[in-house]
Each structure stands twice: as C-alpha cells, then as structure tokens.
Design a protein around this ligand. Structure first.
Ligand SMILES: *[C@@H]1O[C@H](CO)[C@@H](O)[C@H](O)[C@H]1NC(C)=O
Ligand SMILES: *[C@@H]1O[C@H](CO)[C@@H](O)[C@H](O)[C@H]1NC(C)=O
Ligand SMILES: *[C@@H]1O[C@H](CO)[C@@H](O)[C@H](O)[C@H]1NC(C)=O
Length: 144
C-alpha cells in the first residue's frame, strides 16, 4: 500500500517537472502599459526570445485615442529592472494617423547587446507629435 503511494507520488512529481519546462519557454506576452490610454495593443515578436546581435521584428497592431499627427513615431525600449535604458530605437510613422484609427505595422531592429540582465523588459510606445507641440505617449505596450 505504502509503496503504491510512493510510486504515484513519484509519477506525479515527474509529470509536474515535465510540465514545468514549456512554461519557461512560453512566448513573450505584451500587455497595455499600466496608466496608458485604453486601447488595443497587440504585439508579435519574432524571434521570441530575442537573439542577441540579431534583428528582432515587432508586428504591432494598436488603436489610438489621440491624433498622432504628422511626426508620430514608435519607440522600442529595452530597459533593465531599474528602468534604465539598455537599448532604444525610434521609427517614424506615416503622416497623419487619426485618432481611433489603427497602426498596423512591422518594425525591425538589431539587438545590439552582449547580454540581457535578469528582469529586463521591452516597452513599445506610440508617440504623437502634432504641429511642433509636445511629444505625447498615446499608446503603450509592455512585456508582462
Ligand atoms: C495588418 O496588416 C496585415 C497585412 O499587412 C494583414 O494581414 C492583417 O490582417 C492586418 N491586421 C489587422 C488587425 O488589421
Ligand atoms: C535589421 O533592422 C534594420 C532596421 O532597424 C534594417 O535596416 C536591417 O535591414 C535589418 N536587417 C535584417 C537582416 O533584416
Ligand atoms: C514634422 O517634422 C518636420 C521636420 O522636423 C517639420 O518640418 C514639420 O513641421 C513637422 N510637422 C509637424 C506637423 O509638426
């Protein structure tokens, strides 16, 4: 009786271990940044995880609640756990994306880093810039 119990316990432990491996490899999830305007912000990252020294491509689909203006941009930031910048790249958006319209675009950048620290995160921001006015974040997604 006791031995049967131990056998089942061992089997269970083995199953749990096998199950734990895919969880560590699960794909990177992006969520809308806390405190950022509501909206849809889907990000697909390729490759996932990023490969140091190679390009990473972000396919983004984002809705905006503010007019992005003529000089809007998308900024991709890799930050460490203390919010210090590791890598940042800005991409110009096509002119005049109206409020409530969608940005459906793809951005590639080289991951020019020799290592990525524990706890780093990726943030993707849509920045509006209308008529020489202030730069304003109108949509934002962050790795969870
Ligand atoms: C985004 O654009 C691609 C083609 O460039 C298209 O296949 C896809 O359906 C679009 N996504 C949305 C949500 O409109
Ligand atoms: C990597 O991304 C940059 C843009 O940031 C682009 O100019 C370059 O062509 C890309 N390289 C490859 C191999 O896709
Ligand atoms: C966009 O930027 C260009 C170059 O800096 C500038 O000449 C133009 O006035 C800007 N447009 C707007 C709407 O801010």
């Amino acid at each position: 009786m006791n031995q049967k119990f131990i056998f089942i316990f061992t089997l269970l432990a083995a199953l749990l271990t096998v199950n734990a491996i895919p969880f560590q490899k699960r794909k990177t999830e992006f969520i809308v940044c806390p405190g950022s305007p509501d909206g849809v912000f889907n990000v697909k990252m390729n490759p996932d995880p990023v490969i140091l020294g190679q390009n990473v491509t972000f396919d983004i689909f984002a809705t905006v609640t503010d007019d992005v203006g003529d000089n809007g941009s998308v900024v991709v930031d890799f930050n460490d756990a203390n919010d210090d910048s590791l890598l940042s790249q800005s991409f110009d958006l096509p002119s005049v994306i109206k409020a409530h319209s969608a940005i459906n675009d793809s951005f590639s950048m080289p991951v020019k880093l020799s290592s990525l620290p524990e706890g780093y995160y990726i943030q993707i921001s849509v920045i509006s810039h209308t008529n020489g006015g202030p730069f304003k974040e109108v949509a934002c997604a962050i790795t969870s």
